[in-house]
Design a protein around this ligand. Structure first.
Ligand code: DP6
Length: 328
């Protein structure tokens, strides 16, 4: 028996400018570019063991063996890597998340970034950051943004070769935090992959996409200049554009809960009174409240005082994917 294994760790990311809709859903070439920040305190740690004796891939999440159906997406992804290495062995995959899975905290991003690095390293495939970002994108679009460090931009591209993410600033460039107000930790009813397919059914999607380069450039500039006011206004508008598209898709996708709107209202009021805070929301009801890290404790406290908030998870800006160990 031969077995080759490696362990990698990746952080999820929160998008400031959102990815919603694909121009090629098979290759996950996005309809528009996006910008995100990695979240240091949250992570997925994944060990991949390729083993000639396994009859199929097996996937354990937080110690629990997942169904064949839940393993399919991973098998499909690993097939790309098996093709690259010209092998057919199946793998045992052991993943641990230190945060609730599928609660609007993009777990697929950290999952596929960690899996891309662990699986390629186990098979001795040397990939530079760009190639690894492209590979992770095939598993989950937002995963390509969890590969580079800090503040990251995913350039749209037009094909597999030129659609990848790169760092626009390291984590220490700007001490920002994401305070996630968890109002629901239930898995979402319609997952992102299904949602991307519906985007084009909204009459608003084409306008959203046409204006995306402008939003990207304002957001990139705000990060480079550490301009919180400019960042706040562009990320809130971008989030509303995405949710407007979701809400006007056929069928409509409505992710907000009453608590979502309650938190938005509070955050806007806090900002009006001088606190550097703004909100963004992914495909879920939870609200990501972005602030300067000096105010992280204050914002966490204020959010935890809102009765509909179950708990608050906070994180500073984080690093890219890293290899923890390798045995071949
Ligand atoms: C709302 O990357 O989860 O979080 O490519 O199908 O895996 P798949 O979708 P995914 O979509 C993320 C959508 C989003 C916005 C974002 O992170 O940019």
């Amino acid at each position: 028996m031969t077995s080759k294994s490696a362990t990698a760790k990746a952080h999820p990311n929160i998008a400031f400018i959102k990815y919603w809709g694909n121009s090629n859903s098979l290759l996950r070439i996005p309809a528009n570019g996006s910008i995100s920040m990695n979240l240091e305190s949250l992570f997925t740690k994944t060990t991949v063991i390729f083993d000639d004796t396994l009859p199929s891939d097996e996937f354990y999440l937080n110690g629990v063996l997942q169904s064949q159906e839940d393993t399919q997406r991973i098998t499909h992804f690993l097939n790309h890597i098996r093709n690259m290495a010209n092998i057919s062995s199946f793998a045992s995959i052991h993943s641990e998340n230190n945060f609730p899975t599928a609660a609007g905290i993009a777990s697929s991003a950290s999952a596929f970034a960690a899996l891309a690095l662990a699986a390629s390293a186990a098979l001795q495939i040397e990939l530079n950051e760009t190639a690894l970002s492209r590979l992770a994108r095939l598993g989950s679009g937002s995963a390509c943004r969890s590969v580079p460090s800090g503040y990251v931009e995913w350039q749209t591209g037009s094909c597999d070769e030129d659609s990848f993410a790169f760092s626009i600033a390291p984590p220490e460039h700007w001490h920002l935090s994401d305070c996630i107000a968890v109002v629901s930790s239930k898995p979402k009813k319609v997952g992102s992959s299904e949602g991307h397919e519906l985007a084009i059914s909204s009459p608003l999607q084409n306008s959203r996409i046409a204006d995306a380069p402008r939003r990207i450039s304002i957001c990139r500039q705000a990060i480079l200049e550490r301009d919180f006011d400019s960042l706040a206004s562009i990320i809130e508008i971008d989030c509303l554009w995405m949710h407007a598209v979701m809400m006007t898709s056929i069928p409509q996708l409505f992710y907000w809960a009453p608590a979502t709107l309650e938190i938005i209202t509070e955050v806007q009021d806090w900002r009006l009174h001088g606190l550097p805070v703004c909100y963004t929301i992914d495909a879920g009801a939870n609200v990501h409240v972005i602030t300067e890290s000096a105010y992280e404790k204050e914002v966490t406290f204020r959010l935890s005082q809102i009765p509909s908030v179950i708990h608050v998870i906070s994180s500073q800006c984080g690093r890219g994917v890293e290899l923890l160990s390798k045995i071949t």
